[in-house]
Design a protein around this ligand. Structure first.
Ligand code: A3P
Length: 271
């Protein structure tokens, strides 16, 4: 059925629902669905289809509810869930820590201005009409950024990560480059599989770049059957006033630098 290596999986233990060992906590519009879809194609991974929102919305339901929201898995599989709002919701790190101190976190990061534009494109599709420039700027003549707009606030990665690092050590996080996930999915997924200690099943061969979509898609079998993400992933964006763009880039610069220092990775978003 799937690419040949995937057939080698030998299930072990009971087939039951388990709490996640891995959570994709964000970042919204970073490429979180692509990462989840790619991981789902791995035989040692099972993942919940929908965003579960247990730690940010439904925490009054108990851990048993959360476990039941997970798919069935074997003992030698990793259960993964993705809820990108976890990264920016203040109480979430503590609540996850209460469940388990060993959870591994995947965070897909993207240059924050591009992320904000992508976020806004999504809200336009959901019926909002205010142009990006108007939302982002308090006063366009003065280059003052409206930090209270959520599309801007989500991009303050160092601020959010600081809260997580109060509960979990840095080595429990993998920072996945959203850009590389598009440009070189085989290599980026290699890092993800190593981090999760699962076999390197998803290699370059598992992906095909679809020119029409402009993104890599998954090869699902040897007959060339290919699966891309849906229409809401990889939307066209309206052009944004370059002055507003420059102003935002300047605004994010110190936060980005702090984020590079915290993670030990320079994502080169200023280039
Ligand atoms: P755009 O729609 O703005 O292009 P998320 O899943 O976190 O909401 O992220 C959506 C973004 O994932 C898309 O933003 C797109 O750029 C990016 N992406 C990364 N890999 C992709 C892929 N293989 N197919 C489609 N979109 C992908």
């Amino acid at each position: 059925d799937l690419v040949p290596e995937r057939a080698a999986f030998k299930p072990q233990g009971k087939w039951k629902r388990r709490l996640p060992k891995v959570i994709i906590i964000g970042i919204k519009k970073g490429g979180t669905q692509a990462l989840l879809n790619f991981l789902k194609a791995h035989p040692e991974v099972t993942a919940s289809g929908k965003e579960v929102h247990f730690f940010d919305r439904f925490y009054e339901r108990d851990l048993e509810w959360y476990r039941r929201a997970m798919p069935y898995s074997y003992e030698n599989q990793l259960t993964v869930e993705k809820t990108p709002s976890y990264f920016v919701t203040p109480q979430v790190p503590k609540l996850i820590y209460r469940m388990s101190q060993d959870v591994k976190f995947l965070l897909v990061v993207r240059e924050p201005v591009a992320r904000a534009i992508s976020d806004h494109a999504q809200s336009l599709e959901k019926g909002k009409t205010t142009p990006f420039e108007e939302k982002a700027m308090l006063d366009p003549r003065k280059c003052s950024v409206d930090e209270s707009w959520s599309a801007i606030g989500i991009g303050l990665y160092s601020v959010h990560l600081t809260r997580w690092l109060k509960y979990f050590p840095l080595d429990q996080f993998l920072f996945v480059s959203g850009k590389n996930l598009v440009a070189n999915p085989g290599a980026e997924m290699g890092k993800v599989q190593d981090f999760l200690h699962i076999s390197r099943t998803l290699t370059e061969k598992a992906f095909v770049f679809n020119e029409t979509k402009g993104f890599p898609c998954l090869r699902t079998d040897e007959n060339g059957e290919v699966r891309c993400l849906g229409k809401t992933k990889g939307r066209p964006h309206n052009p944004v006033d370059p002055r507003v763009r420059a102003c935002l880039a300047e605004f994010y610069r110190p936060y980005n630098e702090q984020f590079y220092n915290m993670t030990g990775i320079n994502f080169h978003w200023e280039e």
